[in-house]
Design a protein around this ligand. Structure first.
Ligand code: UDP
Ligand code: MG
Length: 325
């Protein structure tokens, strides 16, 4: 019997914990057919609400279901719902990493608690793995329910990062995917602090089947991503998977040196041949502003990488576990 682990990152998802469980369990016949066992790993990412309590209730109930429906000894292994609680909010990336680290499955799925990643798609994803793919990943074909401004910037971002990075980062890709053990181990071997999973999934490679589905709006609660949080995430993605901004900074520097060199020659020639003393400080001020602006921009780009390197060098843990059940 093979084991399928589903990782569910949760941040203030008290209303969704049970809903998710109910939906997930609807695959029961599929699991039996395929001779699959399952474990559900809820990662409570420092929620301020009752998420952890809801999971604990499920843990109590699920093992009871076991005792009734099976007669053999299940012992500790029988607990099919697990909880990992962080000491504070470490972000979804850390939650996914923690879940993958704890997952024992031969197959591992990552799914949002808000049911935007429909569990009913699991049989199809599994089917692709049976056909020889290493990963079955999902992407949404539509972005209904999303503010147009956000969609616009999202499209721009994917366009930009794919221009800048060698790693393919698919537009509309969700984190919802089913992976074979080998892929999970590969992802775990990338233990970097600044995690950008959409890039990491692409970076590790393997044969990936993309399954499309229409965007589903979340069941309860609000999205945890504000525009600026997403913007920061996009910047992290760029610095994590491309050094193009650094190259752009160097190239801009070279161009400006060249231009100023020409300008110096022109000024000297004008003075010597035509006796023109080159009047006008407004133009000078404009140039100073422009050049120092570009300098700051380039310095900022370098700073971004320095910041990431600094955080990486500190080698802090990605998350701290408060409780594990
Ligand atoms: N999430 C998390 N930690 C965070 C933010 C989000 O674990 O800091 C979880 C959240 O509970 C949900 C999933 O990540 O299960 C996706 O978050 P959300 O639905 O807010 O994002 P969206 O679907 O809007 O992109
Ligand atoms: Mg969501």
């Amino acid at each position: 019997m093979k084991l399928l682990s589903a990782i569910v990152p949760c941040y203030n998802e008290e209303e969704n914990v049970r809903y998710f469980y109910d939906e997930f369990i609807k695959n029961k016949t599929f699991f039996t057919e395929k001779d699959l066992d399952y474990e559900l790993i809820y990662v409570d990412d420092g929620s301020a609400d009752k998420t952890a309590d809801e999971v604990k209730k499920l843990i109590a109930e699920d093992s009871r279901v076991h005792l009734i429906s099976f007669s053999r000894n299940f012992g500790k292994e029988a607990a099919r719902v697990h909880l990992i609680s962080f000491s504070r909010n470490f972000g979804k990336e850390a939650a996914m990493y923690a879940g993958m680290k704890e997952a024992k499955g031969d197959y591992v799925a990552i799914m949002d608690a808000d049911l935007q990643d429909p569990p009913s798609l699991l049989p199809e994803l599994y089917g692709w793995l049976e056909q020889g793919y290493d990963t079955a990943a999902t992407r949404r074909s539509t972005r209904t329910g999303e503010p147009p401004v956000r969609s616009f910037f999202a499209h721009r971002f994917y366009h930009l990062i794919n221009k800048m990075s060698q790693t393919e980062i698919v537009d509309g890709a969700r984190d919802y995917r089913l992976m074979k053990r080998q892929v999970v181990d590969a992802i775990l071997s990338l233990s970097e602090y600044n995690r950008f999973s959409k890039g990491i999934f692409g970076w590790v490679g393997f044969r990936t089947k993309w399954v499309e589905y229409e965007n589903i709006e979340r069941k309860h609660g609000k999205t945890k991503w504000s525009f600026w949080k997403l913007f920061g995430y996009a910047m992290d993605g760029i610095t994590a998977f491309s050094t193009a901004p650094l190259k752009a900074a160097s190239i801009t520097g070279i161009i400006f040196c060249f231009v100023s060199f020409i300008m110096i020659i022109v000024t000297i020639v004008r003075k010597l041949i035509f006796g023109d003393p080159t009047s006008g400080w407004p133009s000078l001020v404009c140039i100073i502003f422009l050049v120092s602006g570009i300098q700051m921009l380039c310095l900022g780009a370098v700073g971004q990488y320095l910041e990431k390197t600094y955080l990486e060098v500190k080698n802090r843990p990605l998350y701290i576990i408060k409780e594990k059940l």
